[in-house]
Design a binder for this molecule. Structure first.
Ligand SMILES: Nc1ncnc2c1ncn2[C@@H]1O[C@H](COP(=O)(O)OP(=O)(O)OP(=O)(O)O)[C@@H](O)[C@H]1O
Ligand SMILES: [Mg+2]
Length: 278
C-alpha cells in the first residue's frame, strides 16, 4: 500500500452502543472497545449518556463538568471532557442527566440536541456513546447523532427478544427521521458455551443477523472485577478470556473501517441488514 493511501484521513465513526434491555454488557463493551481502540492508536471519545454514570465507575474522569453541563448549561465540549489515557477522552455523566432529559423535552428539535452540541468535533477517529437501557429522549438523541449502532445482547431468550425489538426501533428511527444509522455489529455477550440456552440463542442470533454478528464475548468474572479497580480488562488482566475476546472485537471493528468509510458500502450494508430482518 502506498504511503499516501496509508495516511488517508479516516472519516470519524460515530457509534452508539445501544440496547433498551438492561444489563446486557453495553457499558462493559463501550469501555473495553474504547480502551482497546485507543491502545491501537485510534483517537477515541467516550460519551456517557446514562444517568447511572457507569462509565466513571469503570474509568477515572477528572473534569468538573459533564454531559448535563454540555446539554443544558451551554458549557463548551472541552470543559466537559476528561483525558483518561493516551488517545482516550471521556464526557462523563451522573444522575443530573435525568433532569437534562426532562428539560430537553421542552425544546424544539429536542431529538437533535446532542447532534448540535457534538457535530463540530473533528479531532477523534471514534466517538462511542454508552446508552442507557431505555428508548427515551437521550437514546433518540444518541441514535440520531450516530451513524452506526453496536448492539450488545445477552445470549438467552430475553436477550434475543430484546435484540429484535432494538433492531425494529433503529429501523423506525431511520424511517421517522429520514436517518441512516446502520447496525455494524451485534455482540453476543456473557456467553456460556456449556449452556444449552446460550448455544441455541447464539445460533438464533447468527441465523437472523448473520454477517453483522461478532464472535461472542464469553462470560468471564474478570470483566466483572475490573471496574472495581477503575481499570479496563486489558489493564486489569490482559491474559484473561475477557481481554482476549475484547481484543478480537477491537480487531473486527477496525477491520470494518474501510467498509463503512465508503458511501456505496454504507448503502448496501443497510440493505443487507434490512434483508436479514425480514
Ligand atoms: N462477559 C461478561 N462476563 C461476566 N460479567 C459480565 C460480562 N459482561 C458484563 N458483565 C457484568 O454484567 C453486569 C452488567 O454489565 P454492563 O453494566 O456492562 O451492562 P449494561 O448493559 O451497560 O447495563 P445497563 O443497562 O444497566 O446500563 C456488570 O456487572 C458487568 O461487570
Ligand atoms: Mg450501562
Amino acid at each position: 500500500m502506498s504511503e499516501r493511501k496509508q495516511k488517508r484521513v479516516m472519516r470519524m465513526r460515530k457509534i452508539c452502543i445501544i440496547n433498551q434491555k438492561g444489563g446486557v454488557g453495553k457499558t462493559t463493551t463501550t469501555v473495553n472497545l474504547g480502551v482497546g481502540l485507543a491502545r491501537e492508536g485510534k483517537r477515541v471519545l467516550i460519551v456517557d449518556l446514562d444517568p447511572q454514570g457507569n462509565i466513571t465507575t469503570c474509568l477515572k474522569a477528572e473534569s468538573k463538568k459533564d454531559l448535563y453541563d454540555l446539554l443544558v448549561e451551554n458549557a463548551a465540549v472541552g470543559e466537559c471532557t476528561s483525558h483518561v489515557m493516551d488517545n482516550l477522552d471521556i464526557i462523563k455523566s451522573k444522575e443530573t442527566l435525568t433532569k437534562a432529559e426532562l428539560i430537553l423535552v421542552g425544546e424544539t428539535n429536542r431529538e437533535m440536541v446532542l447532534r448540535r452540541k457534538l457535530d463540530h468535533i473533528k479531532n477523534y477517529d471514534y466517538i462511542l456513546l454508552d446508552c442507557p437501557p431505555s428508548l427515551g429522549l437521550l437514546n433518540q438523541n444518541a441514535m440520531l447523532f450516530a451513524t452506526e449502532a453496536i448492539i450488545p445482547t445477552s445470549t438467552d431468550i430475553l436477550g434475543v427478544d430484546g435484540l429484535n425489538k432494538m433492531v425494529l426501533a433503529l429501523q423506525q428511527i431511520n424511517e421517522v427521521f429520514d436517518h441512516s444509522i446502520m447496525i455494524t455489529k451485534i455482540v453476543p455477550t456473557m456467553h456460556d458455551a456449556r449452556n444449552r440456552v446460550c448455544i441455541e440463542s447464539l445460533k438464533k442470533i447468527q441465523s437472523e443477523y448473520y454477517q453483522v454478528v461478532s464472535d461472542p464475548i464469553r462470560i468471564n468474572a474478570k470483566l466483572k472485577e475490573a471496574p472495581s479497580e477503575q481499570l479496563s480488562i486489558f489493564d486489569y488482566d490482559n491474559s484473561s478470556r475477557g481481554a482476549t475476546d475484547y481484543k478480537n472485537l477491537v480487531k473486527m471493528v477496525v477491520r470494518d473501517e474501510a467498509k463503512y468509510d465508503q458511501p456505496a458500502a454504507r448503502a448496501s450494508s443497510r440493505i443487507a441488514i434490512k434483508e436479514a430482518m425480514v
